[in-house]
Ligand binder design. Structure first.
Ligand code: C5P
Length: 222
């Protein structure tokens, strides 16, 4: 069968990465979490005390940074300058600041080029915000995945719990809504559904059900 590219975009907490991982594994494809790359840049900038509104300083930092994505059993490990930051980039501090970093066109340009390179060897499932509209415009299958804010906040709560992070649902709802607004209203490649993307509402779907929908669509394209 033909190896295809699958682009999955959508707002925070819609289940993209969990579902994308399952789809990739089922097909024997490579999974790439592009959000992790924006998080990695944000993590290093915070650590270095670089102002997140200073696009030039961020770019200089990024050009001297190695970001590596390595496949692992539960998805993907992220290394910044050789350090495994897979857990560190999921902190609340990074989560609540990443949209400021990802709004800079110069930073996006560098990461988008890296993402295109990573995808060049076929058989790929990539998730993010601009995969269908910018990174993999020619992807054979594009999904725009969403769920109600209530449901997304609930999932984030459980996810945080499993990682030992305490949070409350109202705060999470506010944070998610704020991040969606920043990501959707930014000038550079805002979060938007590609014309040729299929809308998938996961509010009432289990992880396996959502993955099955995508797998069926994918197999039709092979
Ligand atoms: O997917 P995740 O929630 O980890 O993404 C973190 C942030 O990275 C998003 O809120 C968004 O600001 C940014 N991002 C982006 N473009 C992508 C992936 C993520 O701007 N392709």
């Amino acid at each position: 069968t033909n190896k295809i590219q699958i682009a999955i975009d959508g707002p925070a907490g819609a289940g993209k990465s969990t579902i994308a991982k399952i789809v990739a594994e089922a097909l024997g494809y490579t999974y790439i979490d592009t959000g992790a790359m924006y998080r990695a840049v944000t993590y290093k900038a915070l650590k270095r005390n670089i102002k997140l509104n200073d696009a030039k300083a961020l770019e200089e930092m990024l050009l001297g940074t190695s970001i590596e994505l390595k496949p692992s059993e539960n998805g993907q490990l992220v290394y910044v300058d050789g350090e495994d930051v897979s857990q560190l980039i999921r902190s609340n501090e990074v989560t609540n600041n990443v949209s400021q970093v990802s709004a800079h066109p110069n930073i996006r340009k560098i990461l988008v080029n890296m993402q295109k390179d990573l995808a060049s060897s076929g058989g790929i499932v990539m998730d993010g915000r601009d995969i269908g509209t910018q990174v993999l415009k020619e992807a054979q299958l594009k999904i725009f995945m969403s769920a109600s804010v209530e449901e997304r906040a609930k999932r984030r709560l459980l996810d945080n719990e499993s990682r030992g992070i305490l949070s409350d649902i109202e705060t999470l709802k506010k944070e998610i809504t704020k991040r969606d607004k920043l990501d959707s209203e930014r000038e550079a490649s805002p979060l938007i559904q590609a014309d040729d993307a299929i809308y998938l509402d996961t509010t009432n779907l289990s992880i396996i059900e959502a993955a099955d929908v995508i797998l069926k669509l994918a197999r039709d394209k092979m």
